[in-house]
Design a protein around this ligand. Structure first.
Ligand SMILES: [Zn+2]
Length: 391
């Protein structure tokens, strides 16, 4: 992966935020680093004598972010929040909002506290495919340690206050002189520096190490398959629309990758091992439905039955999400993504493409292994997501 930082462009910048927007867009422009609103960045600055963290606001995409997309939050308030013993994510969000110096700005990212406690001016965070592919495998812990000997490595913890608190405790005994970055297992990577270019290039170099490891140990060869099965797409669309209660847009994917994936001997074992990075679960659910023959209704019934089992196993009275799948892997045919409109179906398809690649590569490292069922449930039924449903 090459640095796209252009000193000729950067020499025009005079403010911290101008640099922050520039390198955020460089990261956001590469879908192998962040997809559709994933990842976040920040810069610590001074406004009217007060230290302020400008952190990516929710609803903004790094690829297109502008200065207005950064939420300005009082740094000392965020640092103080990190020391709390207990804080619900709902309270965290409202306290972060309280601490903004411009109330019309977007809500700060849920990872704002984490950005605040890293004592460098620029902090960059991505969900790099290469990093999470290595991490999401049975030997992920050992392999990540090998690739990142000078990084702080954090076992999987759900995003939100508990993650910020975990890192706050870890940072007490850290030697910043030698720490090159932070890896969050099954989630992503952080780099940081007082210089925007250095922080960005630490990200590029960190991700390159993961890419080189994969090139050496998991080089993926996509075999050429022709579709060997047919699918009644209209029937599938009709059934999914009925189950979801609205007309869905369906997007069929018969790219070489999708065909390779759908042509595996046991697609159910292959494709139902969880998401690449936790936040994807909100878009895709943990798994796709699997269609192996022409009985589409039977396949949906089975998916929903298994979804209900998963819900019942972990619920403590959360509102159940509609159990209909958001995408399907269809034996010898390809994949199909369902969205409320074309945009949503395309986002889901993009995520699937990155996940399929990662699964195939991680299998070459000994086996793909995502977060557990229990951790998946906690993410899918996060109180912040439940709050949206209650509205
Ligand atoms: Zn993240």
């Amino acid at each position: 992966m090459k640095s796209l930082y252009d000193d000729n462009i950067a020499q025009e910048f005079t403010t911290d935020l101008e640099y922050r927007v520039y390198t955020s867009r460089l990261l956001g422009g590469d879908p192998s680093l962040v997809l559709h609103g994933g990842g976040n960045t920040s810069v610590k600055s001074v406004v009217n004598g007060e230290e302020i963290l400008y952190v990516k606001g929710s609803g903004w995409d790094l690829a297109t972010i502008e200065e207005a997309g950064f939420a300005p939050v009082k740094l000392d308030v965020l640092k103080e929040m990190a020391t709390l013993v207990k804080l619900s994510d709902t309270d965290m969000v409202s306290q972060q909002k309280e601490a903004m110096i411009d109330k019309s700005a977007p809500n700060p990212s849920v990872e704002a506290i984490l950005h605040a406690i890293i004592p460098f001016k620029y902090v960059d965070h991505t969900h790099s495919d290469a990093v999470v592919t290595i991490s999401n495998s049975v030997n992920g812990i050992e392999n990540i340690q090998e690739v990142y000997p000078n990084y702080l490595i954090i076992p999987y913890v759900m995003p939100g206050f508990i993650l910020a608190q975990t890192i706050y405790n870890e940072l007490k005994n850290i030697d910043w002189e030698t720490c090159e970055g932070i890896i969050l297992h099954n989630h992503g990577i952080f780099t940081f520096d007082n210089d925007p270019k250095v922080s960005y290039e630490k990200m590029i170099n960190g991700v390159t190490r993961a890419e080189e490891f994969l090139d050496k140990n998991a080089e993926l060869v996509i075999e050429k398959y022709m579709p060997r099965a047919d699918l009644d797409v209209v029937k599938l669309q009709t059934i999914i629309s009925k189950e979801k209660g609205y007309d869905v847009f369906v997007k069929v994917n018969q790219s070489p990758l999708a065909l390779h994936y759908a042509s595996a001997r046991n697609i159910k074992e292959l494709a139902t091992r969880g998401v690449l990075t936790p936040e994807h679960i909100i878009r895709t659910k943990r798994n796709p439905m699997i269609i192996e023959d022409s009985d589409i209704q039977k396949s949906i019934d089975l998916f929903e039955e298994e979804y209900l089992e998963y819900y019942n196993q972990f619920t403590s009275n959360e509102i159940m999400i509609n159990p209909t799948p958001n995408w399907a892997v269809v034996k010898n045919y390809g994949t199909v993504s369902f969205g409320k409109d074309e945009k949503e179906a395309s986002i889901i398809e993009d995520i699937n493409n990155h996940t399929m690649q990662a699964v195939l590569k991680a299998d070459m490292l000994g086996g793909y292994q995502s977060i557990s069922l229990a951790d998946s449930f906690d993410m899918e039924y996060w109180e912040l997501e439940q709050a949206k449903l209650k509205k």
